[in-house]
Write a protein that binds this ligand. Structure first.
Ligand code: SS9
Ligand code: ZN
Length: 343
């Protein structure tokens, strides 16, 4: 399968994050994408191509336009305020505070347009976010055009980004924009299967009331894991989307036996929904050695995941999400893809 990759992701690097009460180098770092690309080449998965430029029209259908404008302005505003380093929010409009009036100052805006401190900005962030979005849409166009599968090697990731909120290393929701683009290109129904360790809260929120895009998540139970405030099993969709959202939360310590049982349930639901195209939010932070996660999957198991997805017999767009055990992220992510190819 073809991989779409942009070197422009690397401009989003050198930033810090808040972790266990300390400011540390961000776990979501440029080397992740380079290690995955190197593994794609090492196994000969297929050609690696740069993205084509896409406008933000489709992104504006899943994100508020003012939010996208803010993502572009955040770093220039931070610099105009006399700052450097890493732009990071520290105050949010929690219940009881006004979430309907965007403030004017950069610190207020950073909180207004985010749900945590984890989507930080440096000078190259917006360009990297745009390139990641272009990677997703270029790969989506390949699948829409008849390729049986494509790999969008997106960085930064996207699945935590909601209609107007960045967070969890995510800015534009690449998988959601791709799903919308595929719908607009003629797919009658699209399923998003999110296998990242963390619940894809942004993707769920974007499509919660829609019956045309099914969202299925296998993830760590939000009772004990980030993002904590979404991802419970009783979230089944609303209005026309009722029944088109499935959450399969699993406890800390889950191994492949229990994880793959959830994948069976997920796949059965997707088969029932019968999408024209499947978008896979591909996170490999389910790996036992992931530094911020607590599942117990191992490298030889990732190809089995790909093979099970292949058995759905749907055109598949793989969109890279998380995975922070940097040395193993290539083996594990590309393992899913080779498992799919070998079916
Ligand atoms: C580490 C705590 C977790 C958010 C994780 C987002 C994962 C995206 N500071 N931070 S796949
Ligand atoms: Zn994750």
């Amino acid at each position: 399968m073809i991989t779409i990759h942009s070197p422009r992701h690397a401009g989003h690097g050198g930033n810090t994050e808040l972790n266990s009460g300390a400011i540390v180098p961000a776990f979501e770092c440029p080397r992740r994408a380079e290690i995955i690309r190197a593994r794609v080449e090492e196994v000969g998965l297929g050609p690696v191509r740069p993205p084509e430029a896409h406008g933000l029209d489709t992104a504006r259908r899943v994100h508020e336009p003012a939010y996208l404008d803010f993502l572009e302005r955040a770093w220039p505003m931070w610099v105009a305020a006399g700052r450097d380093g890493t732009a990071m929010p520290f105050v949010w409009p929690a219940p009881g505070l006004r979430a309907d009036v965007p403030p004017r100052d950069i610190d207020g805006l950073l909180g207004f347009y985010s749900f945590d401190a984890g989507a930080t900005f440096v000078a190259g962030t917006w360009d990297a976010v745009r390139s990641s979005h272009d990677v997703a849409l270029t790969a989506a166009a390949l699948v829409s055009g008849g390729e049986p599968a494509a790999f969008a090697l997106c960085r930064p990731p996207g699945h935590h980004a909601g209609p107007r909120a960045a967070g969890g290393y995510c800015y534009i929701n690449n998988a959601a924009v791709a799903a919308q683009w595929l719908r607009d290109a003629g797919a009658r129904r699209v399923s998003v299967l999110d296998i990242d360790y963390h619940h894809g809260n942004g993707t769920q929120t974007i499509f919660l009331d829609r019956g045309d895009v099914q969202v299925v998540n296998i993830h760590a139970d939000p009772m004990v894991e980030y993002p904590y405030f979404l991802g419970h099993a009783d979230e089944i969709g609303t209005g026309p989307g009722e029944g088109a959202n499935l959450n399969l939360p699993l406890p800390h310590g889950t191994d492949f036996t229990d994880w793959s049982a959830a994948l069976e349930i997920a796949c059965a639901e997707i088969s029932d929904f019968d999408p024209d195209i499947l978008v896979v939010s591909l996170g490999v932070d389910t790996f036992h050695a992931d530094p911020i996660s607590a599942f117990r999957l191992d490298t030889p198991e990732y190809p089995l995941i790909g093979a099970r997805i292949r058995a759905l017999e749907k055109p598949a767009l793989f969109v890279m999400e998380g995975g922070y055990a940097v040395e193993a992220v290539g083996l594990n992510a590309v393992g899913v893809l080779t498992g799919f190819e070998e079916g």
